[in-house]
Structures are given as structure tokens and as C-alpha cells.
Design a protein around this ligand. Structure first.
Ligand SMILES: Cc1ncc(C[n+]2csc(CCOP(=O)(O)OP(=O)(O)O)c2C)c(N)n1
Ligand SMILES: [Mg+2]
Length: 553
């Protein structure tokens, strides 16, 4: 998205911390998710000073702060920020920062440091960690150490710009305990336009010709297509091309459109396609599991020029933001497009056939998902987790709008869900957010229920309690001769747990009761609600996800 150049304000005296905070504000950020500590006291002093324009949402663990920032970025598509102390504070946030990197999410980490003069000397200062910068560098594409107030505003603006330039992703700024409070003359810059590669007219023409002539075109969407929903919808209709979104690409094309598919039908269609338009997706599952052959031409649209060639040379590579590229493709396509018959009936029939097969195998999961979809409004956000219901949701939860199905990408970090959903709900108070968790994943960040209460965040969380790391347990049963180890869990009474924080908490024993509980929870906009659903072991969904080769066999 482009923003107008607003220029820097006239220089005025301020601390490095004030310069960072003022620059966040000048770039449109309104929240910092944070957990304080002595190295960042002067950052918090600046956050206090600017608290009429930037809210500080404090959490109970740094992973909560970082996942909340991630959730805010995913739900809004805009940059978000979190602040933590160095060493353990930073490391506590690192799984979330890693997940932000894997999801190309624009999250800015503000990380404290030991005294500036002693960085690298191994003196054993409070929270010192060997080569903190080196560790951060492995987790983000852009990081900088702030050493002077005069450089702080510019460093912040550069980090925010890097987060949205090319392939989006997180950035980090470190600042030493004795530098945050140093004063200097600072000019606070406004946002500058994000550089976009020029449209490659000849590549767009080649793509339009290939797609126009294709007999069985298909579109595959990843997270990079989330802001090009209108364009994907138009192209799908023009080409009568099914649109596959699995996990991060879900919701780009409304699930109610018969051309909107997920797994396993998407794999079948991959096996039949002659031209695939792949938008903002790594295509890892397609190349590594489903296979590729000479009969299939791939047209890739990606913000990252290197991504095109990581696995395979595509027929056409288009680099940049998906939206303008697809708009150019839409303008060019009518000159080359074949006459197309509607595939709606065919696709509806094939979807129904797969649905039937799934109902035969994973009925318990599907029934709970149906209950959730029936109560969650069309624009409500569903936050997925690494749990039985989550795996099924990736296959079968209908998604109607972009950025309303948040699934954690290739890290799949157990425990991301609750805290990420809190951030999503905090950043999007206008829509309801429902998080699902297993009993295992929920307790990773369940302490953030205190954050939800403190900041009155009306998130609805459903905990499916099977008393186990159920996914692991089933694998041990089915593949390892029932040698169960490390997969059974002792749990609290989740309803009592929720209530002890002051949350509205209830139990639902079946899909029908879940609907009633959700109705009550979604009506409560004053604070968090927790619904515990006791469940038994669930049937395996893996036969619909890991399906093996279909091309180039
Ligand atoms: C950070 C992290 N640690 C471990 C795992 C491995 N893992 C995947 S699923 C799972 C069990 C999940 O248990 P629960 O949340 O109760 O969901 P259930 O499978 O029981 O539905 C584990 C341990 C992971 N994905 N991420
Ligand atoms: Mg479980």
C-alpha cells in the first residue's frame, strides 16, 4: 500500500525513546504490546508521555506480547510493534518473532540492550546474552542498534519501511539501557512511499497469453494473496479457474463460490491443471508432495524475486505486490482469453463428493466446525491452532473474507493461538474473534487471560480438552504400537480456571451446546469468554492432508 510523503517535522529536542515512539505514531501505529523491565524504563517513560496517541498493552509473558503484535498485524495487514527487555525477555518472544518471519508479517520488535559501551564485552550485565544482535539477525531481515537519539527516528522509519518493502516481514531495533534516555535534536519523519518494482508489461502479456489459452487453468493462493481478493475473484471468474487456498490462502476467494477449493480437491485439480497462477505462495506442498511435470506451466506472482526460483523455474515470474500485478493481468487477459463454460456445477459436485468422504472419516471435527461457523458472523475472525479441530478447519471451515482465517504458517507453533487471537481481537474490536485450542496448546499462553481481563479484550476461546497432546498420542497409538510417552496431560478445570480470572467461562459437551455457548460468548463484548469442550480422541485427518504424488510419478 502506498502512502503519501509527509516529510519530517522540524527538529526538536527529545530522547531516543521519544524519537522511536513519535516515529511509530507518525507512521500510523497506535499500540505497542509490551512487558517492562529496567533496561526499557526510559522507553516506558516515553510511552507514558505519548499515551494519548499510542496505547501500551502489557502482557504476562513476552511471548504473549509478541504473539499479540503478530495477531494485530495479521488481522489488519498493517505494521504492529512489541517491546521487551534483552536476553530472556527477547528469547521469550523469539518463537513468535520466528513465526512472524515465516508468515511475512510486519511486526517490529523493540529490544533492550545492556549498557552501550559494554556490548560485546561479556561482563555479565543483567540480561546480557552473547551476541544478541547476531541471534536477532537470524530471525529478521532487518535489524539495527540505536546508538544516538539523532539516529533513533530514522532507524525506526527505516525499520518500518523495510517491513513492507519487497517480501514483508518483521524487523527489530535494539537500544541500550543508557541510550533510550539520551537527548538530542530529532526530526520525526513521516511515512515514505514503499518502493514497488515496475510492472513488467511483457511478462504480464506472456502470463495473460498462457492463462488465456489454458484448457484447465488453476489459481493457488498463499498469504501473499490476502490483499488481492477482488483481483483473484475477478480472474477466477474470467478463467473459470478453481482457486486453491490452504491455510494462509483461505478466504481470498469466498468459500461460498463453487470455484473456491481447499484440500483435498485442490490436489486433484493440481493433477489436472495445464497452467497454474500461483500468488504469494511458496508452493512447497505442491512441488514436494504433489509433483510437477513438463505439462504444467507455472506463473508465479511473488513480492520476493528469489522465491520464484527456489524450487523450480516458472514459465513466467512476476515480482511485486500481487494487487497491481493482478490488476494489469485482468486488463490484459480479455485479449487472449478463450471462451469459457461455467464450471460451477462440476465444482459443486466434486466438492460435495469430497465433503462426503470427509464426513465418513472426520465427522466429530466437522460437526464442531459447523457449530462455530453457524454462530460466527461472516466477517468474524477464526484463529486456528495445532489441534485436531484446527487441522480439520484448514480443510473444511468455510471462510468468507480475507484476513478472517488466521493459520500459523509453516512454523505451526503449538500455543500461538490464544495470544495471537488476543492481538487480533485487540486490533479489530469491530469484529468478533474466535480462537480454538487444544488443552495442550491453550496452556502455553493461558496466563494471558489476565491480559484479556486487564485490557477488557472480548476474545472468545474454545478449548477442546481431550486430556492429551492428542495428535502426538494418536501417532504413538497408530504407528508406534501404542507405546505412549509424554502425551497424556493433567489439566485444570478450565471453567474454574477462566472464572478465577473473572472471565465468562462455560462448558459445552457437544456441537449443539457449543452453539448455545458461542451465542452467549459472542454477545459478551465486555471481556473474554472461555468455552471448554470435553472431547475424546479424534479420527486422523492426515489422509486428506498428506496425499502424495499426483504428477510426475
Ligand atoms: C512449539 C511446538 N511444540 C511442539 C509441537 C508438536 N505438537 C504438535 S501437535 C501437539 C499436540 C497438541 O495437543 P493439543 O493442543 O492438546 O491438541 P490436540 O492434538 O490434543 O487436539 C504437539 C505437542 C508443535 N507443533 N509446536
Ligand atoms: Mg489435547
Amino acid at each position: 500500500m502506498k502512502k503519501k510523503r509527509t516529510g519530517a517535522a522540524a527538529p526538536s529536542p527529545m530522547t531516543a525513546a521519544e524519537a522511536v515512539v513519535a516515529t511509530l505514531i507518525s507512521h500510523g501505529l497506535d499500540t505497542v504490546y509490551a512487558l517492562p523491565g529496567v533496561q526499557n524504563d526510559l522507553l516506558f517513560e516515553a510511552l507514558f508521555k505519548f499515551s494519548d496517541r499510542l496505547r501500551t498493552i502489557h502482557t504476562r509473558h513476552e511471548q504473549g506480547a509478541a504473539y499479540m503484535a503478530l495477531g494485530a498485524a495479521l488481522a489488519t495487514g498493517k505494521p504492529s510493534a512489541y517491546a521487551v527487555v534483552p536476553g530472556p525477555g527477547f528469547l521469550n518472544s523469539s518463537a513468535a518473532l520466528l513465526t512472524a518471519y515465516s508468515m511475512n508479517a510486519p511486526v517490529l520488535a523493540l529490544i533492550g540492550q545492556i549498557p552501550d559501551a559494554d556490548i560485546g564485552k561479556h561482563l555479565g550485565h543483567l540480561h546480557e546474552i552473547r551476541d544478541q544482535t547476531g541471534i536477532i539477525k537470524r530471525l529478521v531481515d532487518h535489524c539495527a542498534l540505536i546508538r544516538k537519539p539523532e539516529a533513533a527516528a530514522r532507524a525506526t522509519a527505516l525499520a518500518l519501511r523495510a517491513m513492507r518493502t519487497g517480501r514483508p516481514g518483521p524487523a527489530a531495533l535494539e537500544c541500550a539501557i543508557d541510550v533510550w534516555g539520551k537527548s538530542g535534536l530529532v526530526a520525526v519523519p513521516g511515512p515514505r512511499p514503499i518502493p514497488e518494482p515496475k510492472l513488467d508489461a511483457s511478462a504480464i502479456r506472456r502470463a495473460a497469453k498462457r492463462l488465456g489459452a489454458a484448457k484447465r487453468p488453476m489459481i493457488v493462493c498463499g498469504g501473499g494473496a490476502q490483499d488481492a481478493s477482488a483481483e483473484i475473484t475477478a480472474l477466477s471468474a474470467m478463467l473459470q479457474a478453481p482457486v486453491l487456498g490452504f491455510r494462509r490462502g483461505r478466504g481470498v476467494l469466498d468459500s461460498r463460490d463453487p470455484l473456491s477449493v481447499t484440500l483435498p480437491l485442490g490436489r486433484e485439480l493440481w493433477g489436472e491443471a495445464d497452467v497454474v497462477l500461483a500468488v504469494g505462495t511458496r508452493l512447497l506442498m505442491q512441488y514436494r508432495q504433489w509433483g510437477i511435470d513438463r505439462e504444467l506451466a507455472i506463473i508465479r506472482v511473488d513480492a520476493d524475486a528469489e522465491e520464484h526460483y527456489r524450487l523450480h523455474k516458472p514459465a513466467v515470474a512476476l515480482t511485486g505486490d500481487a494487487k497491481p500485478i493482478l490488476q494489469a493481468l485482468i486488463a490484459e487477459l480479455p485479449k487472449h482469453n478463450s471462451k469459457r463454460r461455467s464450471r460451477n456445477t462440476e465444482m459443486a459436485e466434486r466438492q460435495a463428493a469430497w465433503r462426503k468422504r470427509m464426513e465418513e472419516k472426520i465427522a466429530p471435527q466437522l460437526a464442531f466446525l459447523e457449530a462455530i461457523r453457524a454462530e460466527l458472523p461472516d466477517d468474524g475472525i477464526f484463529v486456528d491452532e495445532v489441534t485436531q479441530i484446527g487441522f480439520a478447519a484448514r480443510l473444511a471451515f468455510p471462510v468468507y473474507k480475507p484476513r478472517t482465517f488466521l493459520s500459523p504458517g509453516y512454523q505451526d507453533p503449538l500455543g500461538w493461538g490464544f495470544a495471537t487471537a488476543l492481538g487480533a481481537q485487540h486490533a479489530r474490536p469491530d469484529v468478533p474473534v474466535v480462537a480454538i485450542s487444544g488443552d495442550g496448546g491453550f496452556l502455553f499462553t493461558a496466563t494471558e487471560m489476565a491480559t484479556a481481563m486487564r485490557h477488557r479484550i472480548p476474545l472468545v476461546t474454545i478449548v477442546f480438552n481431550d486430556g492429551a497432546y492428542g495428535n502426538v498420542r494418536r501417532i504413538q497409538q497408530e504407528r508406534f504400537g501404542n507405546r505412549l510417552i509424554g502425551s497424556d496431560l493433567a489439566n485444570p478445570d478450565f471453567v474454574a480456571f477462566g472464572k478465577s480470572f473473572g472471565a465468562d467461562a462455560m462448558r459445552a459437551n457437544n456441537p449443539q451446546e457449543l452453539r448455545g455457548a458461542l451465542r452467549r460468548a459472542l454477545a459478551n463484548r465486555h471481556g473474554p469468554s472461555l468455552i471448554e469442550v470435553p472431547v475424546g480422541a479424534m479420527p486422523s485427518p492426515w489422509e486428506f492432508i498428506f496425499m502424495g504424488k499426483i504428477r510426475g510419478v
